[in-house]
Design a protein around this ligand. Structure first.
Ligand code: SAM
Length: 359
């Protein structure tokens, strides 16, 4: 085991036995939870929801705020101290600020973030800030209005830009902008997005196109790799310096000669499963350990059947301790790579979709 790895273990706190982190079969600690609050989305991004029809989670299965809060506490006791709310589009969930206020008050919580497409952000940005949300990530794949519409099937770029503006005015600092880069679609906008991020004091993170469930049009040629992104940036800015950081965050960060920093998430060409400390909870309470997981563990049923917090904690700990996946790394070694889950299979199980598991 490397020093880097031993260090990341020792940083982790543990709910039940202080100082003894829960480790999976590869020695990875459980540290963060992505909570999907809805599987519904108002956009139809080409890389995530390109189909015309979807199978949605039954409404009665979707966890209430009270159930989410109870489960969050179970994860807090299991060692999680960072939460990210996601979806679907989380701002479609009515009165999300109430959930944020509840979560923000958890004594074990160190970081509370939200990932949104920004379409509905402008009217609620100040409420989210007041409710106690720490950080905001806005997905933004293009700055061109016509391209935005082509990519998402909604003419909503002006709404997203107003949302970002409102968020800054509400006091969100260093907003993150997440851009999925696809060859031939938006790879010509890297530098425009870098300039935009500089103007609004945000950090842009370029994400490689992944062949996750739902990306039914994925093909290897459409992946614009980290190496290519760096070459493109260096052509324009000169030397792009990697930052050496001890972090379980998915983005590798770089500094441009101007001092501006950017991130690159190279999940496809150079996956980082060994530092993954993330668990995911779908809106209907299925615990997933990997974006590529084909099965999860239903926490809703035992919760609704009256399981005690201790029983839920035992369950979560047992699942994490048995974790062995390295999904993105295994995909890297797949010989002829196309979309991961065939459409016919996706149509039978909404849990396999990226928009259900939250990205
Ligand atoms: N609706 C919210 C949003 O748009 O940010 C949250 C959910 S969305 C599924 C979360 C993230 O997943 C987004 O940043 C999106 O870009 C990313 N994503 C979805 N499909 C992807 C793919 N095939 N490859 C890489 N990233 C993907």
């Amino acid at each position: 085991m490397s020093d880097e790895y031993t260090e990341s273990r020792s940083r982790v706190r543990c709910g039940t036995l202080p100082g003894v982190p829960i480790l999976d079969l590869h020695g990875r600690p459980l540290g963060s939870l992505r909570l999907s609050v809805t599987d519904r989305c108002n956009l139809r991004c080409q890389y995530c929801m390109p189909e015309d029809e979807y199978l949605w989670l039954p409404r009665e299965d979707v966890l209430t705020f009270e159930e989410i809060s109870r489960l969050a506490d179970v994860f807090g006791r299991a060692g999680v101290d960072r939460l990210r709310l996601t979806g679907g589009e989380p701002l479609l969930r009515r009165n999300l600020a109430a959930l944020i206020a509840d979560l923000a008050a958890k004594p074990w919580l160190r970081d509370l973030a939200l990932t949104t497409n920004g379409v509905l952000l402008a009217p609620v940005a100040a409420d989210l800030k007041r409710a106690g949300l720490h950080r905001l990530t806005v997905s933004l794949d293009t700055l061109r209005r016509d391209r935005f519409e082509q990519l998402t099937r909604m003419d909503a770029l002006p709404a997203v830009l107003s949302g970002i503006d409102a968020a800054r005015q509400a006091g969100f600092a260093r907003i993150k902008l997440d851009t999925v880069v696809m060859r031939g679609t938006n790879d010509d906008e890297l530098t425009s997005l870098v300039e935009f991020a500089r103007e609004i004091d945000a950090e842009v993170r370029f994400i490689e196109y992944m062949d996750v469930g739902g990306a039914t049009q994925w093909r290897p040629e459409a992946v614009f790799t980290r190496a290519e992104m760096l070459t493109r940036l260096e052509e324009r800015y000169g030397i792009v310096e990697p930052l050496i950081e001890d972090s379980s965050a998915p983005a590798a960060r770089y500094r441009l000669p101007s001092g501006q920093t950017i991130g690159i998430i190279s999940s496809t060409s150079q996956p980082f499963c060994r530092t993954c400390d993330r668990a995911r909870l779908t809106a209907d309470g299925v615990l997933l350990l990997c974006l590529y997981a084909q099965h999860g563990t239903d926490l809703r049923r035992p919760l609704r059947a009256g399981a005690s917090p201790e029983m839920m904690l035992d369950l979560v700990q047992a699942v994490w301790r048995g974790r062995a996946d390295r999904g993105a790394e295994e995909r890297l070694h797949t010989r002829s790579r196309g979309s991961y889950i065939p459409l016919t299979v996706l149509k039978r199980d909404a849990h396999l979709e990226m928009h259900t598991r939250g990205g």
